[in-house]
Design a protein around this ligand. Structure first.
Ligand code: ADP
Ligand code: ZN
Ligand code: ZN
Length: 736
């Protein structure tokens, strides 16, 4: 054998299996003359196209099922290598979410790395002071130079930070100082950088206790829930823990819902750790910035990484702590493509690095609370508001069965807003429905403005006088007469943010009314501008959707009004009450964060519903226990695990025929443990012109459920079906 391979001119070829960006759960073999590292980015040819691949594993000739001569060579080797911590995460993700490995890989890495191009990176350079004596300077330094010099006395500075001090001519000065030997480059990892901490608040007793207890477990996997009421100072606790971890020379990952990643929050981080290299990852950062931060995190030239769900895939050289802020937030779950939950993957990563993870919230999810009940997670509480003298607002219910409402507003609400307006305080009107009216209807024939592509109504937007579908984007001009019978008596029914804005502007012609919803904030700049207006006290009445419920600290806000809430009480989705309660706790928590006591007024037709009864007592724990008991009784998650197989096509018959086929196959191969429900049409049956249906699977043993899926999914793959059928699996679905 040995001789054979010697005489073979393939002897110097290494074989590797690559992953490619394809919806196939397999690897692709290529050859290379040099040995490649696992995770290495390469260029190869695939069906006459040059594409990027990543080295997944190396194989031997014995594993080939064809001659080695048939194996195509790698065309180019790029310098980037995906580090092993991320490779492990990708492997786990593909297995847990039953998703093709190549597509997990290509979802997880920054988009620039997916393209067949060489990437030139401007990775950050760092400067340190070498000579501390003034002798070298021949002339007196200018003011800005003095500032730089004094900052360098106690910290290393990045090029970006130096540029911030000196302006665009910074490179010239750096060159000069380098040449006279005052400063030098700081090579490689910056874990020895001592944080220069500023803007620190003395913690209160509760905060101190929590920090001390969590700090005792920094060297091992220790998941902890930080359950602190709104305004209790959770962020301050995070900052303190982050400081402790940085002092150990380690990195920190902070995951935040998109709408919480406010300039306010980032400011707090930046001011607190003003010399720490930080990477902020939102959907706004450029491809280049994203890949730069990614590589720098893997080299440990970035110390703190703050980002939305995709940040969970960041590589780390030396991760020491993960924080998931507002862990209950639904935006941690991705609902297309790779349907992963970043919070759950974060727990996996903490386990992998053997480090603590903190799941913080004023309203932890039932899944997380259940993990605490099972003693898998520790629980720490913050029970009082952090600002001395600040108290929780009083929550009052306004019974719409007995109190009349005009244009959606009761007299009580109008009076409450008026008294705030007189006192120059801010009111917030929460209504989770954008647009003017949720539907237009004909008075004579009953026609309603439904969308032709979706099972939903077209929403009337009065500024443009158009009807819009919020699901598929279809939009057309408001007809002047009923499209069905020609009557001119067509009317807007119900209220959205625009209608309430109009009504309030009529009642309070002098007040400055501001509406914040998706329609007014579609650019980041617009959002920042509106936000600045509120903070500069240029607003008296703020109207908004759930965009306003979280993350904001409006000091002058003393009244919160909740409108149109009841639809969440009796919904087909078993999570709807949990969601509504959380929203209301959060939005109520915006009131009275300063020294003025807040008031919350909620208009409802069901004031006796348990949800409202717990809410007026601010009893989150009570309601959570009530819901957990209910879920247990009905064997719903978190007492069992769910998987949905969803399908869609151009006709409901096709969709249901396919799902019936799938159902038969599932039953035939049943593991006698997983419960297989009958195929049903989805509640939102028609969406973007597709007819949708689903099959629910459940099992209270997660492993059995996953083993069963691993067995049956390949069989479903092989089913013959009409070409317009699309289907996918959703593990631990959050929307039914
Ligand atoms: P949470 O994240 O729990 O909503 P924050 O950390 O944002 O709470 O704190 C709420 C408010 O209380 C902020 O204005 C913050 O500056 C203030 N705060 C937090 N901790 C303290 C403290 N120890 N002393 C004084 N003020 C504090
Ligand atoms: Zn009509
Ligand atoms: Zn539509």
């Amino acid at each position: 054998m040995e001789q054979l391979s010697n005489s073979n001119n393939n002897a110097n070829k290494y074989l590797v299996n690559l992953v490619l960006d394809l919806p196939l759960d397999r690897e692709f073999t290529y050859s290379c003359e040099t040995q490649l590292t696992l995770g290495q980015r390469v260029l190869v040819e695939f069906i006459n196209k040059q594409v990027v691949g990543f080295v997944w594993r190396s194989i031997t000739e014995l594993e080939l099922d064809c001659s080695i001569d048939k194996i195509k060579p790698v065309i180019n080797i790029y310098p980037e290598v995906i580090p092993s911590d991320v490779l492990q995460l990708i492997k786990f993700t593909a297995k847990y979410y039953h998703y093709p490995i190549g597509q997990v890989f290509f979802t997880a890495v920054p988009s620039l790395l997916r393209k067949p191009i060489f990437i030139h990176l401007d990775t950050e350079k760092y400067i340190k002071l070498i000579r501390r004596d003034h002798e070298v300077f021949k002339k007196r330094m200018g003011l800005k130079q003095q500032e730089l010099y004094s900052k360098l006395q106690d910290s290393i500075l990045s090029y970006t930070q130096i540029k911030e001090i000196l302006g665009i001519t910074y490179k010239k000065l750096i060159e000069k100082w380098l040449s006279i030997g005052v400063i030098g480059y700081c090579e490689g990892n910056i874990s020895t950088l001592i944080p220069k901490i500023s803007n620190k608040l003395p913690l209160n007793t509760e905060q101190c206790d929590v920090v001390n207890q969590i700090s005792q477990n920094l060297a091992k996997f220790s998941p902890a829930v930080l359950y602190g009421i709104t305004g209790s100072g959770k962020t301050e606790v995070y900052l303190e823990l982050i400081e402790n971890v940085i002092l150990l020379g380690k990195q920190v990952l902070v995951l935040v819902p998109e709408i919480n990643l406010t300039p306010q929050l980032l400011d707090r981080f930046k001011r607190r750790f003003n010399n720490m290299p930080m990477h902020i990852l939102t959907s706004n950062v450029s491809e280049k910035e994203r890949v730069t931060g990614y590589i720098e995190a893997s080299l440990h030239t970035k110390q703190i990484i703050i980002g939305t769900r995709m940040a969970v895939f960041t590589p780390f050289k030396n991760l020491g702590l993960i924080i998931v802020d507002e862990e209950h937030d639904s935006s941690f779950k991705q609902n297309e493509g790779l349907r992963y939950n970043a919070r759950d993957l974060a727990v996996y990563r903490a386990n992998y690095f053997n480090i603590p993870i903190i799941l913080g919230s004023a309203t932890p999810s039932l899944e997380t609370l259940y993990n605490y009940k099972l003693k898998r997670y520790a629980l720490y509480k913050l029970t009082g508001r952090a600002v001395a003298g600040a108290v929780l607002p009083e929550i009052k219910l306004l019974d719409l069965n007995t109190i009349p409402a005009n244009n959606g507003l009761t007299d009580n609400v109008v009076k409450a807003i008026q008294s705030r307006f007189i006192n120059k305080e801010l009111s917030l009107i929460y209504i989770n429905r954008r647009g003017y009216a949720p539907v237009i209807s004909c008075y004579e024939c009953g026609w309603v403005s439904s969308c032709k592509n979706c099972s939903s109504n077209m929403v009337y937007h009065n500024k443009e006088a158009r009807l819009k579908c919020h699901h598929c984007g279809l939009s057309y001009k408001l007809p002047s007469v009923c499209p069905k019978c020609g009557s001119k008596y067509i009317q807007a029914i119900g209220q959205g943010t625009q209608k309430i804005e109009e009504t309030l502007a009529q009642i309070f012609p002098e007040a400055r009314v501001l509406r914040i919803d998706q329609d007014t904030t579609n650019s980041k700049l617009a959002w920042d501008n509106l936000y600045a207006k509120v903070h500069n006290n240029e607003v008296d009445i703020l109207i908004g959707t759930q965009m306003l419920t979280k993350g904001h600290d409006f000091h002058n806000l003393t009244l919160v009004v909740g409108l149109n809430l009841d639809s969440g009480l009796y919904s087909y989705d078993f999570r709807a009450t949990e969601f509504l309660f959380t929203q209301l706790m959060q939005v109520s928590g915006r009131a009275g964060r300063g020294l003025k006591k807040g008031e919350v007024l909620l208009q409802t037709h069901y004031p006796r519903h348990e949800l409202y009864q717990y809410l007026i007592k601010h009893d989150f724990a009570g309601f959570a226990n009530f819901l957990l008991k209910e879920r247990k009784g009905l064997t719903l998650p978190p007492y069992t695990f769910y998987v949905l197989i969803r399908a869609s096509s151009n006709s409901l018959d096709t969709t249901m025929a396919f799902l019936t086929q799938v159902h038969e196959l599932l039953i035939k191969n049943s593991d006698n443990s997983t419960i297989i429900y009958h195929p049903v049409a989805s509640v939102m049956q028609r969406l973007k012109n597709k007819e949708r249906g689903q099959i629910l699977l459940s099992n209270n043993k997660r492993k059995e459920l996953h083993d069963y899926l691993a067995m049956v999914l390949p069989l479903i793959e092989k089913l013959k079906h009409k070409s317009d059928i699309l289907w996918h699996v959703d593990i631990d679905p959050t929307d039914m």
